[in-house]
Design a protein around this ligand. Structure first.
Ligand code: NAP
Length: 314
């Protein structure tokens, strides 16, 4: 076990994982003792464990003079005060790679659910309408259509890989042109949206991508276009999305993440061509276990070698 109180856990992440962190590293729990950050014990903290949802703000980092590593559970660092951590030489790790497949699977689940109207079809059967009416409205074909990906990173690439089975042509727009990719690069997000039947958002959140998916993108995607967001709610302008849907300027939306989450506005939920899931991209038993293991591996590596395994920046 590492030295008592060297690890500070900022938020509970489930009984089993909390217990493992305490057993293995003697992790102390901020939610059990809120005075910790202002007490003398703060000086002994070398590593933080947090989740991407809870994050780690400037105030927390400033309160911990001996902090050298932030080990985060989840992908993305938009809730962590990265610039301050960098300036103090504090390493940040997260849990990429192990969750890519599950998030990509969910993106496809949302595509299928929206295009093929699966949620309403299920409700139709449950309501007894199948027996009474016998006719369900036609939906939208996916196979053979055009798939655009915003952000060709780990998750974007995993989404693209799955398109082979659907005989779809795939193009992408990303911060940079990936010369080693076989996929076609579109020079702008608007060009990508104009070309796409389905647009999957898989870039990071944070100020650089805030409302990148705007009314202009919805116009470009068009009345038959379907938007899928498995990245961060902040990337999509929610008010513009609702307007586009209400004015039938967009064909539908599948959202695992949403601005202002948790929760979603009723104007969105009352639309049949919208499917919302509660930020569950990585939420399978197998992947969550792999993410927990990776946090523990990052912490162990940090205490053993001075370096985390999955540094977000070098
Ligand atoms: P990643 O490997 O870092 O990939 C992100 C990609 O986005 C990179 O290819 C990057 O571009 C691109 N990008 C960055 N800034 C951009 C910009 N301004 N415009 C266009 N493209 C930009 O990350 P990942 O592991 O695939 O994860 C992506 C995001 O998914 C995470 O940041 C997280 O917010 C979200 N996520 C959601 C869930 C969920 O439960 N729904 C789970 C995990 C992750 P270049 O490579 O071209 O530089």
């Amino acid at each position: 076990m590492e030295t008592e109180s060297a690890v500070l856990q900022l938020t509970s992440m489930g009984q089993a994982f909390d217990d493992a962190l305490r057993q293995r590293f003697g992790a102390i729990r901020l939610w059990e003792d809120k005075t910790l950050l202002t007490s003398e014990r703060a000086a002994a903290v070398a590593a933080i464990v947090t989740s991407v949802r809870y994050g780690c703000d400037q105030r927390t980092i400033q309160a911990l003079p001996g902090l050298r590593a932030i080990c985060s559970w989840g992908a993305g660092v938009d809730t962590i005060a990265v610039d301050l951590a960098k300036s103090r030489g504090i390493q940040i790790s997260n849990t990429p790679d192990v969750l890519d497949d599950c998030v990509a699977d969910l993106a496809w689940g949302l595509m299928l659910a929206v295009a093929r109207d699966i949620v309403s079809a299920n409700q139709y059967v449950r309501n007894g309408e199948w027996r009474e009416l016998g006719k369900f409205p036609l939906s939208t074909r996916i196979s053979g259509k055009r798939l655009g990906i915003l952000g060709l990173g780990r998750i974007g690439a995993a989404v693209a890989k799955r398109a082979i089975g659907f005989s779809m042509e795939v193009r992408y727009f990303s911060r940079s042109h990936h010369q080693d990719s076989l996929l076609a690069f579109e020079p702008s997000l608007l060009d990508l949206a104009k070309w796409s039947d389905f647009l999957v958002v898989a870039c990071p959140g944070g100020p650089a991508t805030k409302h990148l998916v705007s009314s202009a993108v919805f116009e470009a995607l068009g009345p038959n276009g379907i938007l899928i967001n498995v990245a961060r709610g902040s990337v999509v302008d929610l008010a513009a999305l609702i307007n586009a849907l209400e004015q039938n300027k967009l064909g539908g939306a599948g959202l695992d993440v949403i601005e202002g989450e948790p929760g979603a506005p009723s104007r969105l939920l009352e639309r049949r061509n919208v499917v919302v899931t509660p930020h569950v991209g990585s939420a399978t038993r197998e992947t969550r276990l792999a993410m927990e293991r990776l946090v523990i591996d990052n912490l162990s590596s940090f205490f053993r070698t001075g370096r985390v395994l999955n540094p977000v920046f070098q």
